[in-house]
Design a protein around this ligand. Structure first.
Ligand code: NIG
Ligand code: FE
Length: 430
C-alpha cells in the first residue's frame, strides 16, 4: 500500500488526557445545560499551522496525517483554549490598599467613592502618571495574566475622566497591544465616575462624554465598545442611555456595569440598547434577566468583585443559566479588585455561585469571547480558529476550581507561538 505523505504542522500538541474543544459556540453563545459539555477528546491532539488550528482529534488520528519538528507531549494534562477575560480595568496608576483595609473593617465601597476616594483616588493618580509609567505597569499586568493562561483581554479606560487623560489611557492600551502577545480589546468607559470638577453637575459631564470624548475616541479608532457605570449615585438610566446611544451612533457597541449595588434598571437598559454585554447583575430581577436572554445580551459575571466588596453577595448564575442568559466570567481586574487570574475567577464561580467547573470554563472561554465580539476567532479549539491554547498541569478539567491558589498553567500558546513555558514567559515571542 502506498504511504500517504504527511502534512507538516508548525506545532503538534498530543496525548492530552483531556482536550477541551468547547466546540459549537462560534455563531451564538453556549446556553443552559449545554454549558456542561466541553466537547472533550480523551488522548487528544491538535495540529497548528500559521497560528491557526488545522486539525483536532484523537492523537492516533492526528499523527497519521501530520508531522512536525515541534511536538508538545501533553500526557496527563488538560489542553484547552486560552482564557478570554471580558472585563478588566487594565490601565491605572497607584493602588488603594488603605481602602482595602477600611473595607475589611466595614466601610462601604460607595461611601468611599462619595468621599472622593475609590475610583476618584485612582483618577487623581492616573492623571498624574505619564504614558511610559502606565505602559510599564500595563506590560507587567499583561504578563501576569498571560502566565495564568489569559490570551485575550478586554480593557476599559475610565481613570482619566478628561478627554486628554481618557485618550492617554486608550493610547497606552493600543501600544501595549502591539508589543505584547496578549490581544487587548479596548472599551471606552469615560462614564466610570463623575469627576470632582463636575461634582453636582453630572449632566455637564455626560455632555462632555457624549459630545467631545466619544467623537475623539472614535475618530482615533481607540475603542470598540462604550461602557457606563450605571448605578445609584453614579450615572442614572437617562445618563447611561444618552451616552450609550451616542456611542452606538459612533459605531461603539454598548456595554454596561449594571445592578451591581442596587436594583437600578441596568439589565433592562442593556436589553433596550441591545448591548453586547452587561456586567455584575447582582440585583437584577428575573424579568429583566429574561429580556436580556431574549436580546442575547451576555451576562459578564465578576465573582472577584463580590469577593473584594465583602458583602457576601454574588450574582445568581444558576438562575441566569436556567433562564437561557448567555453567561460569561471575567476578573474585573481593577485597583479595588486586584486579581489578574481567570483560574481564581473560576474557583470563585464554583465555590460562591455553584457553577460547575465545566460551566465556568465555558463562561471563561467561548462565552467570554462573545462578550467582546471575538467568538469567530477565539474561545474554542476548532478548525480555522486562532491557536490560543493553554496546557494545564492537571489530569482533568475539574481541577479548575477544585485546585485553587496555585497557577495550573504549564504552557501558554498564543497564535501558535509558545509564549509561556513551565509558568515562565519564554523567549520565543511572536
Ligand atoms: O467593575 N464598578 C465600577 N467599576 C469597577 C470598580 C473600579 C474601581 O473601584 O476602581 C467594577 O467593580
Ligand atoms: Fe468593572
Amino acid at each position: 500500500m502506498r504511504k500517504v505523505a504527511k502534512e507538516e504542522a508548525n506545532l503538534l500538541i498530543e496525548k492530552a488526557s483531556e482536550l477541551l474543544t468547547i466546540r459549537g459556540g462560534t455563531k451564538s453563545p453556549i446556553l443552559g445545560k449545554r454549558m456542561r459539555d466541553l466537547g472533550i477528546i480523551r488522548d487528544g491532539a491538535i495540529a497548528i499551522r500559521k497560528g491557526r488550528v488545522v486539525a483536532v482529534g484523537k492523537t492516533d488520528m492526528i499523527r497519521e496525517k501530520f508531522e512536525s519538528s515541534n511536538i508538545i507531549d501533553a500526557s496527563k494534562k488538560v489542553v484547552m483554549p486560552g482564557f478570554v477575560d471580558p472585563h478588566t480595568h487594565l490601565v491605572f496608576a497607584g493602588s488603594r490598599e488603605e481602602e482595602f483595609e477600611m473595607r475589611v473593617e466595614g466601610a462601604a465601597y460607595m461611601e468611599i467613592l462619595q468621599k472622593g476616594g475609590g475610583i476618584l483616588k485612582t483618577v487623581k493618580e492616573t492623571r498624574k502618571a505619564g504614558r511610559e509609567e502606565l505602559l510599564e505597569d500595563c506590560r507587567k499586568t499583561l504578563s501576569v495574566m498571560l502566565e495564568h493562561g489569559t490570551t485575550t483581554v478586554e480593557a476599559k479606560s475610565g481613570y482619566g475622566l478628561t478627554t486628554e487623560d481618557e485618550l492617554k489611557c486608550l493610547e497606552v492600551m493600543k501600544l501595549a497591544n502591539t508589543e505584547h502577545p496578549i490581544e487587548i480589546v479596548p472599551t471606552f468607559l469615560g462614564a466610570h465616575a463623575v469627576p470632582s470638577e463636575y461634582k453636582n453637575n453630572t449632566d455637564g459631564y455626560v455632555n462632555l462624554v457624549a459630545d467631545e470624548m466619544i467623537p475623539e475616541v472614535t475618530t482615533r479608532k481607540l475603542a470598540e465598545f462604550c461602557d457606563v457605570f450605571c448605578e445609584r449615585g453614579v450615572f442614572n438610566i437617562k445618563h447611561s442611555r444618552t451616552i450609550l446611544s451616542q456611542g452606538k451612533r459612533y459605531g461603539l457597541a454598548a456595554k454596561l456595569h449594571a445592578d451591581e449595588m442596587t436594583r437600578f434598571g441596568g439589565a433592562e437598559l442593556a436589553a433596550e440598547m441591545q448591548a453586547i454585554s452587561a456586567s455584575h447583575l447582582l440585583f437584577s430581577s428575573d424579568a429583566s434577566l429574561q429580556v436580556m436572554a431574549d436580546q442575547g445580551v451576555v451576562a459578564v459575571l465578576l465573582p472577584g468583585a463580590s469577593f473584594t466588596l465583602m458583602t457576601q453577595m454574588y450574582a445568581n448564575a444558576k438562575r441566569m443559566i436556567e433562564l437561557g442568559v448567555p453567561v460569561a466570567l471575567g476578573t474585573d481586574y481593577n485597583p479595588s479588585c486586584w486579581g489578574e487570574n481567570q483560574q481564581m475567577t473560576i474557583a470563585l464561580a464554583c465555590h460562591q455561585m455553584r457553577m460547575t467547573p465545566a460551566e465556568a470554563i465555558t463562561a471563561a472561554t467561548i462565552n467570554a469571547a462573545h462578550a467582546i465580539n471575538r467568538s469567530h476567532e477565539i474561545g474554542s479549539l476548532e478548525l480555522g480558529k486562532r491557536a490560543d491554547i493553554l496546557v494545564l498541569n492537571v489530569p482533568n478539567h475539574r481541577f479548575l476550581g477544585y485546585r485553587f491558589s496555585v497557577n495550573l498553567a504549564a504552557k501558554v500558546i498564543k497564535d501558535g507561538n509558545l509564549v509561556v513555558n513551565k509558568g515562565v514567559r519564554s523567549k520565543v515571542e511572536p
